[in-house]
Write a protein that binds this ligand. Structure first.
Ligand code: GDG
Length: 476
């Protein structure tokens, strides 16, 4: 079996088998690497006064971890700059927050070149290379320029936006050209994949070949949808762990007979948390009878604290929950509990299980794993209801959720009312359909389908067989 090299911006050293501190993605990557005897390469998360070309290698739980440090300027321009002040907001349709600084673009190019420089000596001819996410789009090209002939794939964890948005990026063609150095480019949904194809056909003068691959910039790549999942059985089992059961029992007691609406998000403007609070306020204003009978628990963990937009959002969110509580709360009832502390995955599993309704209402989201975790954590005899934004990639798969437009406070308020009133039979049948999908399309299925596609690309390159040119595809 081929060796697999996974490259991502940050590397989270794998925890021992069964330990639960890892997120779903980190866990899947470590499992994939164990099976393929691979290497996980990326930034250590540490800064160094001066780039020294040094790599630190360690073995953890059967996986080889190779990390490098970055200079402070690299972190500012590449990570806080181009990745999180330019690409993240733009790809989430927040052109108003997007900063187009040349220094960010050059920091991004410099760090990607450094990644390639450090990675090249670790690559053997038959290795499969799998690059993760928007931080590293140019890495494939950098590796090719240094002579890598391997099968190289790229997976984008965030949406690919409409081509009119991509076109606002200075040197957008260069960024897209870089994607053509990969054999496979993966997206969560067909919608994101089609948006990429549309850019290539209409902005880059590309062609779609009869086998689905795309030709532009004198190169060919294969765009495909690979919807990511979670370790469904593993997450479900966390609800039965000691910490999971304790957190469930603690929430049940603290609910005091009230129904709990739950939001769990990284604190990010793409997640629609403020709009969710406003929808909840509207619900309480319109449905007096629900007051004192329900409350909203919002767990939002701060991230990217060095980026202004995140600091601003934290302040706005606290002001908003403070105002809503100030106006609506009673002496013995607080409508919104908003917390920013990090919880363990067991604690989260217990809290999900205790919730009657989950509010997953991002304004734009590549997939959204919280929706899937909520489903995995439910009691099948008495499951909660998922309210899900149509703008999350997850909505393409999770059609039995109550699908809402998160920009409309009325739409979300209506869905919450419907969720709270939903009969047990309907809750069970919707949950069963959702769980079947979450269990089937889990993180291991995602990993296997991507790797299979990369292996197929490698085999095609070994025996080249050009596809027929189908001509530009017209959009309906
Ligand atoms: C990106 C894309 C895509 C949250 N609070 C705590 C905690 N979490 C965990 C959740 C969940 C994860 O963070 C969040 O995952 P999401 O998928 O919801 O969102 P992003 O972080 O924005 O991820 C997204 C994903 O990549 C994968 O491709 O789905 O669309 O934006 O797992 O449980 N975990 C712990 N404590 C917390 O307090 N332990």
């Amino acid at each position: 079996m081929s060796r697999l090299i996974v490259v991502s911006n940050r590397v989270t050293p794998p925890a021992p088998e069964g330990a639960s501190s890892q997120g779903g993605l980190a866990m899947a990557i470590s499992a994939a690497l164990r099976e393929y005897s691979g290497i996980w390469f990326g930034w250590s998360g540490q800064s160094t006064p001066q780039y020294n070309g040094q790599i630190s290698v360690q073995r953890a739980s059967g996986v080889t971890i190779a990390t490098m440090d970055l200079e402070e300027q690299d972190i500012q321009e590449y990570y806080n700059g181009f990745a999180n002040r330019t690409l993240w907001p733009l790809f989430h349709y927040r052109i108003d927050l997007t900063q187009y600084e040349r220094s960010y673009g050059s920091g991004y190019a410099r760090v990607n070149a450094r990644f390639a420089e450090m990675l090249m000596p670790l690559i053997a001819p038959k290795d499969l290379i799998w690059v993760q996410d928007y931080h590293l789009i140019p890495l494939g090209r950098e590796l090719r320029e240094r002579g890598a002939k391997n099968a190289i794939g790229f997976f984008l964890h965030i949406p690919w936006p409409a081509r009119e948005l991509v076109a606002t990026l200075p040197r957008h063609r260069q960024l897209v050209e870089a994607m053509f150095h990969y054999d496979v480019v993966g997206f969560h949904t067909e919608e994101w994949r089609d948006a990429f194809v549309s850019y290539v056909l209409h902005e880059a003068g590309g062609m779609q070949l009869s086998d689905g691959s795309l030709r532009a910039f004198g190169r060919t790549t294969r765009p495909q949808a690979f919807p990511i999942g979670i370790d469904a059985k593993g997450f479900s089992a966390l609800t039965q762990s000691e910490a999971g059961m304790e957190s469930y029992a603690r929430m049940q007691e603290s609910k005091a007979g009230r129904k709990m609406l739950l939001g769990v998000d990284r604190l990010d403007y793409s997640k629609g948390i403020e709009e969710r609070f406003l929808a909840f306020e509207r619900l309480l204003a319109e449905s007096e009878e629900l007051k004192r009978k329900i409350f909203l628990l919002q767990i939002s963990t701060p991230t990217r604290g060095e980026v202004d937009a995140y600091q601003d959002m934290l302040a706005r969110l606290d002001a908003l929950s403070g105002r809503i509580n100030g106006v609506t709360a009673e002496m013995d009832w607080i409508p919104i509990r908003s917390i920013h502390r990090i919880h363990t995955r067991e604690e989260l599993a217990g809290v999900y299980r205790a919730a009657e309704v989950a509010l997953v209402t991002p304004l734009r989201d590549g997939m959204n794993l919280v929706a899937k975790e909520f489903v995995a954590a439910q009691d099948e005899e008495d499951p909660g209801v998922l309210v899900l934004s149509r703008f999350a990639g997850a909505a393409q798969q999770m059609k039995e959720a109550l699908i809402v437009n998160p920009f409309s406070v009325e739409d979300v308020a209506d869905a919450i009312r419907k969720a709270l009133a939903m009969p047990l039979e309907e809750r069970r049948s919707r949950w069963r359909a959702l769980w079947d999908g979450v269990e089937r399309d889990d993180i291991f299925a995602w990993r296997d389908s991507f790797v299979a596609s990369l292996e197929a690309a490698r085999d095609r390159t070994a025996k080249p067989r050009p596809g027929r040119i189908a001509g530009p595809r017209r959009e309906g």
